[in-house]
Design a protein around this ligand. Structure first.
Ligand code: DGP
Length: 115
C-alpha cells in the first residue's frame, strides 16, 4: 500500500500549508523551502506516487492536472516573465516525497543546466 506522505496529510488538512489554489482536481501550496521568490507545489487529488505513474494514468485526468498547473502559474503572475516546472522523479532526481508534485518556480532568472 502507498505510504501516507506529508502531502497526503496536507491534502487532508491534517498539516497546515499556505494554499494558493484548490479545486476538484488539484491542490497548490507554497513550498516550505522555497528555491525561488515564487515556489509552489501542485498535486492532483487523485494520488499518484511519481511522474512515472503518468505513463499509465487516465489521459483526461493527466490533461486536467497539466492544465491546472498552467493556470496556477498564470494566477501567480508568472506567465509574462516565464517560469519553470520541475517533477523530480526517483532517487537520482532526489524526489523526497512519494506523492507526485509539480514544482512551479519563478520570480527570478533561472539558470541552466539545473544541478
Ligand atoms: P521533491 O524533492 O521534489 O520531492 O520536493 C519536495 C518538496 O516538498 C521540497 O521542495 C520541500 C517541500 N516540503 C517538504 N515538506 C513540506 C511541508 O511540510 N510543507 C510544505 N509546504 N512543503 C514541504
Amino acid at each position: 500500500m502507498a505510504e501516507d506522505t506529508l502531502f497526503d496529510k496536507i491534502l487532508r488538512k491534517d498539516i497546515s500549508a499556505d494554499i494558493v489554489h484548490e479545486d476538484d482536481d488539484v491542490l497548490a501550496f507554497r513550498d516550505i523551502n522555497p528555491q525561488a521568490p515564487t515556489h509552489v507545489l501542485v498535486i492532483p487529488k487523485q494520488k499518484l506516487e511519481s511522474f512515472a505513474d503518468l505513463a499509465e494514468a487516465d489521459p483526461e485526468a493527466v490533461g486536467r492536472y497539466m492544465g491546472a498547473v498552467a493556470r496556477v502559474a498564470r494566477q501567480l503572475g508568472l506567465e509574462e516573465r516565464g517560469y519553470r516546472i520541475v517533477f523530480n522523479t526517483g532517487p537520482e532526481a532526489q524526489q523526497s516525497v512519494q506523492y507526485i508534485h509539480a514544482h512551479i518556480l519563478g520570480g527570478r532568472q533561472l539558470t541552466w543546466p539545473p544541478g
